[in-house]
Design a protein around this ligand. Structure first.
Ligand code: ADP
Ligand code: MG
Length: 378
């Protein structure tokens, strides 16, 4: 379906075209009209299927018809995301789609790990605020922002935002929002069985779930290697070199391990950087920026980067260590195979992890032929 079918403001359509989008993705085709109507919605669609524009476009569209947007510390739109890196990325989509709109929309990302003062100043006049929960509350406590006029709330990676990790902060934020508002929840892994909290959050929601078509070849190819822990390093280097991987995202289960794997790669002449929660914010931004712009060959990450991050045509993801939850697996491998471009996700599996890996594949409804790394020459 072409974007012109949507009745979007012509200036928005022009921005969509200049981003190179030609047709609507399935979630966009279904979610945007519902969102424009102002209804609550729950959008479930696979990783890399364009969920961001599914909420950014209707929000910007609505604002084109609100004459004279107020400049205040009371943003009408609030988007909550789990990580600083994702806040920046979503704000970038708002920015790209807001270019030259007749009714300018000021958007901004706020997140922790950097000084709060510049954010306190810059937040004045922001209409679309993209935030991580902790920093948003800090800004509220400093009276830099007032959430009582929020008209639209978006939870991106909604299942993550509503799980235990953010429970305390989210409860506090909900207490600051007006009761009457539009709620939009998006994620690739969001069960339709809403928990109590989701139920409170949504008023007669339209549930849109885009099922993957089984007859279509999946965009994310999966492969796996049986390998012992002590052979993982050599196998990683072997694969990177033998398959001439130009860009690869490697996942480990801890920051310490990410540092280690990255160091070892560098020692062997392969350009790499680690990224995880224990790194300084400057180091985090710098590593991701380099990787996104194709200037870094290997990024070794924890699950910090597994949610939402969009790397243009990333060809490879490697699970150096398997994640504990199948959900995290879905998000990790979903960094590749995005926007209709195929990718390969490789998993390293030790003997002890075979049953766990089988559970993950079963949940994904996938089957793969494993390679025994002992049969390889490296
Ligand atoms: P999701 O949130 O579903 O994981 P994103 O919103 O991050 O996916 O979008 C994934 C990629 O697809 C982005 O690079 C985005 O620019 C691109 N994209 C989004 N919508 C379209 C479209 N209609 N046509 C082409 N590319 C699109
Ligand atoms: Mg997303």
């Amino acid at each position: 379906m072409p974007f012109t079918k949507l009745n979007l403001h012509p200036s928005l359509l022009a921005n969509v075209t200049s981003l190179g989008y030609k047709t609507l993705t399935p979630i966009q085709a279904k979610a945007i009209p519902v969102a424009i109507e102002g209804r609550d919605l729950l959008g479930i669609a696979k990783t890399g299927s364009g969920k961001t524009a599914s909420f950014v476009l209707p929000i910007l569209n609505r604002m084109q018809y609100n004459k004279g947007l107020e400049r205040s510390r009371q943003p009408p739109v609030l988007v909550l995301v789990p990580t600083r890196e994702l806040a920046i990325q979503v704000a970038e989509v708002f920015r790209e789609l807001s270019i030259n709109l007749p009714q300018p929309v000021k958007s901004m990302a706020v997140y922790g790990g950097v000084s709060i003062n510049p954010q306190m100043k810059a937040i004045f006049g922001v209409q679309a605020l993209i935030a991580t929960p902790g920093r948003l509350l800090d800004l509220h406590r400093s009276r830099a922002v007032d959430l009582s006029k929020v008209e639209t709330l978006v939870l991106d990676e909604a299942d993550k935002m509503l799980n235990l990790d953010f429970q305390k902060e989210m409860k506090e934020i909900f207490g600051l929002l007006p009761k009457k508002r539009q709620n939009m929840l998006f994620s690739a892994t969001l069960s339709e069985q809403l928990s109590g909290l989701n139920k409170m959050l949504l008023l007669d929601p339209v549930v849109i779930e885009i099922e993957e078509k089984v007859e279509e070849a999946p965009l994310i190819n999966l492969s796996g290697y049986f390998v012992s822990d002590d052979r993982k390093g050599p196998l990683l280097r072997h694969l990177i070199q033998e398959q001439d991987m130009r860009q690869v995202l490697v996942f480990t289960s801890s920051g310490l391990k990410a540092d280690k794997v990255s160091r070892k790669l560098i020692k062997n002449g392969i350009q790499a950087l680690p990224i995880h929660g224990k790194k300084s914010q400057t180091a985090r931004f710098e590593a991701l920026r380099k990787f996104k712009s194709g200037k870094l060959r290997v990024l070794v990450a924890t699950d910090l980067i597994s949610r939402g991050i969009d790397i243009n045509e990333l060809p490879y993801v490697i699970n150096y260590e398997l994640p504990r939850s199948p959900k995290d697996f879905v998000h990790r491998v979903g960094r590749t195979g995005r926007a209709n471009v195929e990718g390969l996700a490789i998993s390293f599996v030790t003997q002890e992890e075979i049953p766990h890996f089988k559970v993950i594949l079963k949940k994904m409804k996938r089957y793969i032929d494993m390679v025994d790394s002992a049969s390889l020459d490296f």
